[in-house]
Write a protein that binds this ligand. Sequence first.
Ligand code: FES
Ligand code: FES
Length: 161
Amino acid sequence: MKTALVPISFVLNGRPVQAEVEPRALLVHHLREDHRLVGAHVGCDTSQCGACAVLLNGRAVKACTLLAVQADGADIVTIEGVAGPDGLHPVQEALHRHHGLQCGFCTPGMVICAIDMLATEESLDESTIRHGLAGNICRCTGYQTIVDAIAEVAASGTKGA
Ligand code: FES
Ligand code: FES
């Protein structure tokens, strides 16, 4: 028997969207397969890597740990939506300046997590940033340049998205 689809509607990167999803569909799969937003990566099957992170109502969440139906009524921002009309988000620019990426697989999740931290943390020193990145795994950079990039944005006074 075919599973009945569930209608959902939410704001995706600033635009209202509607969809019908299987009740068991994960948000990350819905974003990648139904909206063709493939910046949220699937890097593990244990909810550890953070490469799938998106902003849900302004907070970073691992899109592999949520069902698509849980996005109903929410405001979702993926990595494709963080740049503004004038160009890259300051976190993206800083990662570029500091060479805070190599293969780039983890980078969307790092950017989303950094935006969350900038919006929610009173002050961001190296230790707070490292703690905030605990749920994001990078296999390439050794983290220092990622931390340096986020610290630079925090020092500039930029707050979140
Ligand atoms: Fe979501 Fe790894 S794919 S945490
Ligand atoms: Fe390759 Fe982080 S830059 S996994």
